[in-house]
Design a protein around this ligand. Structure first.
Ligand SMILES: C[S@@+](CC[C@H](N)C(=O)[O-])C[C@H]1O[C@@H](n2cnc3c(N)ncnc32)[C@H](O)[C@@H]1O
Length: 420
């Protein structure tokens, strides 16, 4: 049988990202196996990776008997095939391991890989984000993190748990606000993973509004659980602004960092703002952008009328014309329930005179920013592949993190771990 198998035949099948991959934990295991074959973590994924290769071989050779041994040998082939296959491969000699929860398109992953980290598990349930993630990192994230079967794939012995989890209220009326009181929320799942796996450090990110969410009770409960129930040293969380870390975006996010108490770490300094001054012009496309990004005269007029009406009532309206030497307001996603009261991303515009617009497009050169410009606003390098529609891309970058602020904080975390 072995002689008959032509691996190339299933290679294309396997490399492509297909809709059926979204809920296929065997395929996620397969990609995680390939990316972890050097660090001993792959054993967690091996059984399911073999099952996946077996399924694919069976599809191609329905009348043949595919044994585990044959599937395992085929699996080895893909390890060799992997080199240079993705824009953001893991560092050659990683110095620490992390997991990427609520991974989105991998903003945390990018930042932590940049400083020598190896991602050993990732979870994200949105199919379009999975697609982007696979195109850039080669791995398909596992799905719904609330499901025990997903959690079962998390390996032991990683150093840092990263999670930019959605913010939800806890029902803690009159109680201490401990672990059990968070049940039914996504923080509960994060806490459960921390309790079980005991990573050396945790790095959580959320919207600034977490501080006042449910009159401050949500954050107080999170801190209480981390400090008292899970036994982590957690310094006062800090709000960092992306614009102070090398991107022209006014985006404030709260960062929560914690260290397992037995490591004896009892102080931590968040990173200082960098001196680098970046303005919007630095992230604009170099070439003329497609006419589709320019607002029509009609739409622009409607926006202006809306703004005039809303401003007179004291509310800002969701669009602005940003001078090139300015800083964009946060790119945000409307869908997550995280920032419901903020403006929709797509309405971010900038002013850039152009001359060759005809027809109904406005002649002032007012346009939306392109997905690539959004990527740059969040600190994603240009080799980051955008493989989804514009609408999805705006959502994904809007939901993601400003990579440089994450990276600067992660550096401080690793520094501490290295000296613990
Ligand atoms: C704020 S975004 C985080 C983005 C990410 N930090 C990045 O860099 O792109 C939260 C993500 O959690 C995902 N998510 C929400 N609930 C989930 C669940 N139960 N299981 C897995 N992913 C989930 C959403 O689809 C979303 O992409």
């Amino acid at each position: 049988m072995k002689e008959k198998i032509d691996i190339q035949k299933i290679d294309n099948q396997i490399s492509e990202f297909k809709p059926s991959d979204i809920e296929n934990h065997n395929k996620s295991s397969f990609t995680h196996y390939l990316h972890n074959h050097k660090n001993g973590v792959s054993k967690f994924y091996k059984k399911n990776a073999i099952s996946y290769v077996k399924e694919e071989l069976k599809k191609e050779y329905p009348t043949e008997k595919i044994t585990n041994k044959i599937a395992e040998e085929a699996l080895q082939y893909f390890i060799f095939d992997l080199k240079d296959s993705v824009p953001f491969a893991a560092p050659e000699k990683p110095t620490f391991k992390f997991i990427d929860l609520f991974a989105g398109i991998g903003g945390f992953r990018l930042a932590l890989q940049n400083i020598g980290g190896k991602c050993v598990f990732t979870s994200e349930w949105d199919k379009y984000s999975k697609h982007t993630y696979k195109a850039n990192f080669g791995e398909i994230p596992f799905g719904d993190i609330t499901k025990p079967e997903t959690k079962n794939y998390i390996p032991d012995n990683f150093d840092v748990l990263c999670a930019g989890f959605p913010c939800q209220a806890f029902s803690i009326a009159g109680r201490r606000g401990g672990f059990e009181d968070t049940r039914g929320t996504l923080f509960f799942d994060v806490a459960e993973i921390i309790r079980k796996k005991k990573p050396k450090a945790v790095f959580l990110e959320n919207v600034k509004g977490l501080r006042n969410h449910d009159k401050g009770k949500t954050l107080a409960t999170i801190l209480n659980v981390l400090r008292e129930d899970l036994n982590y040293y957690v310094p006062e969380p800090q709000v960092l602004n992306a614009k102070e870390f090398g991107v022209p975006q006014n985006r404030e996010r709260i960062f929560i960092v914690g260290f397992r108490k037995d490591l004896g770490i009892n102080d931590f300094q968040y990173p200082e703002p960098s001196e680098e001054k970046v303005v919007l012009e630095d992230v604009l496309e170099e070439k003329e952008v497609s006419v589709k990004y320019y607002l029509s005269t009609q739409y622009l007029q409607t926006l202006r009328e809306h703004r005039a009406r809303h401003e007179s009532k004291g509310n800002g309206f969701g669009y602005e014309i940003i001078p090139n030497e300015g800083t964009a307001n946060a790119v945000v996603c409307g869908g997550m329930g995280r920032e419901r009261n903020l403006v929709l991303d797509e309405r971010l515009t900038n002013f850039k005179p152009i001359t060759n617009i005809t027809g109904k497009v406005n002649r002032e050169g007012i346009r939306k920013m392109t997905p690539r410009e959004w990527a740059r606003l969040q600190g994603f390098p240009d080799k980051f592949k955008i493989v989804v529609s514009d609408a999805q891309a705006y959502k994904q970058f809007g939901n993601s993190v400003a990579v440089p602020a994450i990276q600067a904080t992660a550096e401080k975390i690793i520094e501490k771990l290295n000296h613990a």
